[in-house]
Write a new protein. Structure first.
Lengths: 231, 223
């Protein structure tokens, strides 16, 4: 380890840091937005609705994110129909593809998780809510989802770290985020330990921040006196 | 579509075999090391426990791709310095070592949780009955630890199988890399990446069915 090369790596890798944060947050957000309808569809009693959602979850969770990224970046990008569609501004950018691939992958995992949490809630609660005069939408947003989300919150903190780790795959489609920047540094100086250690430390720092934020949200959203999991 | 895949089917299957080889070897090494290391983390005074805690935190917080790069490029530099002449780490060894190091960290966590769930009274009872320390471990603790850890172990196998695709980035011609080559040669990327995805899904589906069957066997339905 050389101190000079270690210090020289920091500014190079910091340039990738911004993209890592952007990809992570955008993909996590996309994952959350897409996971809810996916979970509701997968938990549905109607097979026509449930099966496609369940198949999506099965297929996405069964294959590597890297393959999914390549399907989106090289596969869809090569289709004439996609080039003419409104999605093209996102799909022609490697960063957009990385966000889409990692986000849609995360959606499958979070969707499966949420589906489990939703089906865990006793059906009597929904029946009671309906009898008390709440509509379907109110039952969902005021009774079912607050409980389901409190239940999955600890795992969501873990999920954002996984999304952060998956964001490194963007370097495989030419994006110079942190892992890509570290690799550029290595090819320039051939000092792998310095560059990868600096990148690793930044990733660890980010992971710690995410863990801290989620613990804070968890504490704030907890109902005093009610704990549904022993810790 | 068949006429596009046809000429490359053999190549894809060879890639799949290499994928299984990388995933199985790294998983087996990680699991073996985790079985040895986990009991060591139980005694409060063992300093190894803190080393292991830091290791697990670090591995959980950095991308697997970074670990692969570190071992691939770093290994070449370190071994060249150590041996005095140029020594290149090949992609297969680097991939297996990196994924073993990653799965080891997660498996230690899984086994530790399973071990802690076994009541302390069993250890005391076994020792009172005259079992030796090694008998206690192999006959009483280990079987129960595995039974409790099985869902986590199965899950970790699926994760390592999918992460083995990352080794394609350092040039190992496993399933992912074979698909990249075929996609480039034929200009049919969607066909080949979808085929690769389907092969991965097939292996994960078979694996989870096997683990599910093993779990049902070990946990018969309560009467």
């Amino acid at each position: 380890m050389s101190y000079d090369l270690f210090m020289a790596s920091i500014p190079v890798i910091l340039e990738g840091f911004r993209l890592t944060v952007i990809i992570t947050l955008a993909a996590f957000l996309l994952g959350q937005v897409a996971a809810l309808p996916l979970a509701l569809a997968a938990a549905s009693r109607h097979r026509v609705v449930a099966w496609p959602a369940q198949f999506y979850i099965f297929f996405v969770r069964g294959s590597p994110v890297l393959v999914q990224l390549f399907i989106i970046y090289y596969g869809l990008g090569g289709l004439e129909a996609v080039r003419d569609s409104i999605l093209w501004p996102i799909l022609k950018e490697p960063v957009g593809c990385a966000i889409l691939a990692v986000g849609l992958n995360s959606a499958a995992y979070v969707g499966a998780l949420l589906r489990g949490a939703i089906t865990q809630i006793p059906p009597g609660q929904s029946e009671a809510a309906r009898i008390l005069g709440l509509g379907r939408w109110q039952t969902l947003t005021r009774v079912v989802l607050p409980q389901a989300y409190r239940d999955v919150l600890p795992v969501l903190g873990n999920e954002i770290t996984l999304v952060m780790k998956a964001s490194s795959l963007a370097s495989a489609v030419t994006v110079i985020e942190m892992t890509g920047a570290a690799r550029v540094m290595v090819s320039r100086t051939f000092a792998p330990f310095e560059a990868f250690t600096v990148a690793g430390l930044f990733y660890l720092g980010l992971a710690l921040i995410f863990a801290w934020v989620f613990r804070f949200v968890e504490r704030r959203s907890a109902i005093p006196g009610l704990s549904n999991r022993e810790s | 579509m068949i006429e596009v895949i046809g000429p490359y089917a053999g190549q894809l299957l060879m890639g799949l075999m290499l994928t299984l080889k990388v995933a199985l070897s790294s998983f087996a090494i990680g699991l073996a090391l985790a079985v040895i290391a986990t009991p060591l983390t139980q005694s409060a005074r063992n300093p190894l426990r803190y080393v292991l805690d830091v290791y697990v935190t670090v591995i959980r917080g950095i991308p697997e791709l970074l670990v692969i790069f570190l071992i691939f490029y770093g290994g070449t530099v370190a071994l060249t310095k150590l041996s005095g002449s140029y020594f290149e780490v090949d992609a297969l060894s680097a991939g297996i070592v990196a994924l073993a190091a990653v799965s080891f960290a997660y498996l230690v966590e899984i086994l530790r949780a399973a071990l802690q769930a076994i009541p302390k009274g069993q250890t005391e009872a076994a020792l009172v009955l005259g079992l030796s320390r090694s008998q206690l471990f192999t006959r009483i603790i280990l079987p129960q630890m595995f039974k409790r850890a099985l869902p986590g172990i199965g899950n970790q196998w699926l994760i390592i199988l999918k992460e083995s695709a990352l080794v394609s980035i350092i040039g190992l011609e496993e399933l992912m890399r074979k698909s990249v080559i075929a996609a480039g040669a034929t200009h049919h990327p969607l066909t080949f990446y979808m085929s690769a995805a389907c092969l991965y899904v097939a292996v994960t589906a078979v694996s989870s069915a096997a683990f599910g069957a093993a779990e049902r066997r070990l946990n018969p339905a309560p009467r």
